[in-house]
Design a protein around this ligand. Sequence first.
Ligand SMILES: N[C@@H](CCC(=O)N[C@@H](CS)C(=O)NCC(=O)O)C(=O)O
Length: 202
Amino acid sequence: MTKLYGTSQSRAARSLWALEELGVSYEHFPLNTSGDSRKPEYLKINPNGHVPALEDDGKIFWESMAINMYLAGKYGKAPFWPESHADRAHVAQWSIWAMTEIEPHLLTMLMNKLFLPKEQRSESAVTQAAQALKAPAAVLDGHLKGRQYLLGNDFTIADLNVASVMSLGSLVGVDLSATPVAKAWLDKCLSRPSFQKSSSKK
Ligand SMILES: N[C@@H](CCC(=O)N[C@@H](CS)C(=O)NCC(=O)O)C(=O)O
């Protein structure tokens, strides 16, 4: 039995996308982030009080990128979950990169454009975050020149992980026009039926 905890309006979206992409049969518990994830029964699953968490065959996993690499490794096959040590290390490289180089700036923009009470929002924080995103976006753009996907010709879990983080940009109007190769790659990844299906979940 496979169970995924967390609403699609949270970082659980990326694990829902992985489950849909892999065609895994699962039960979805769309816990919200304004209370559900801090309830004592859920803290037994993820003591951090965060979503997503995954239960699979009696084992528990948390941290969205670790969940996705586990799912790809267990339920996927090459090329989606690549075979070589080098390619797997590149999956980890890009997944960690997205969480450390991209996600914090997008979260700053989300907080200051949408989530914080109006009086606490900072225009300059949004401007700075948008500026800070330009360097990693250029890295992505440069890497994708001459490649279809991050690891080469095929869509892999690395693309899913990075694109899922970058999908947040559409909520805050991130402008990728200066990095057209990255923009085209992102649009291609987000047009996959598995992404559309996972996004329509609760
Ligand atoms: N690094 C973690 C972050 C998880 C996280 O912070 N999730 C947020 C939702 S996007 C959450 O559960 N917030 C509710 C809370 O902390 O109470 C991951 O990627 O899984």
